[in-house]
Design a protein. Structure first.
Length: 200
């Protein structure tokens, strides 16, 4: 009987040590419903919503990459909002805060938002700095093509390439809304409401 007490105390000490070590590894302030996968990646365990912070990464795509993005993954039935912009475009810079708010308001409702910059590859850092300033967290790609005409026609035959340009696709990939120039937030929100409210 005398040996059991020290063994129990040692077992308790080991249990407590491992328990505190596990707690120390958990990021401070992380909600219990979320798991932090890396510095910028958080996946909500409750509903699978991607809350990844994409603001520090701008991937380059070519014409084929653009076509693939517009064709959509058949398994992804979310409405898709696509906005074309550049840091040298005044209207793009002016409308971007509204787009960031729309992304924040509708992502949890099932909207997929893709931002495509037409900045030069050499200006990628400037674009990344702008996104950081805007606190933008939607996925952003840089369209790297020598001739923009085929890319423009791949998106919309009636688009002349003027920026900004915004396109909304429904769950089946059909274009249901487009706007050339600085968006009118109320109009865009009304169009998005129709799509996120429709049954899957």
């Amino acid at each position: 009987m005398r040996l059991r007490l020290p063994i129990l105390l040692v077992s308790l000490a080991v249990y407590l040590w491992f328990g505190f070590a596990a707690l120390a590894q958990k990021p401070a302030g992380a909600p219990p419903s979320q798991t932090r996968i890396s510095r910028n990646v958080i996946v909500d365990e409750l509903d699978g919503i991607d809350t990844t912070d994409h603001s520090n990464e701008i991937r380059e795509i070519d014409l084929d990459g653009l076509k693939k993005l517009l064709l959509r993954d058949p398994k992804d039935t979310r409405p898709l909002l696509v906005n074309f912009w550049a840091t040298w475009c005044d209207g793009c810079r002016e409308e971007f805060p509204d787009l960031v708010k729309i992304d924040n308001d509708y992502r949890a409702k099932g909207l997929n938002f893709l931002s495509i910059t037409l900045d030069e590859v050499a200006d990628k850092t400037r674009a990344a700095d702008f996104l950081k300033e805007m606190k933008a967290t939607m996925p952003v790609v840089l369209l790297n093509v020598n001739d923009p005409e085929p890319a423009i026609h791949a998106v919309d035959e009636k688009w002349d390439g003027a920026l900004p340009a915004t396109f909304l696709y429904d769950r089946e990939g059909k274009l249901v809304f487009k706007y050339f120039g600085k968006i009118k937030p109320a109009e865009l929100r009304a169009a998005i409401d129709k799509e996120v409210g429709s049954k899957q």
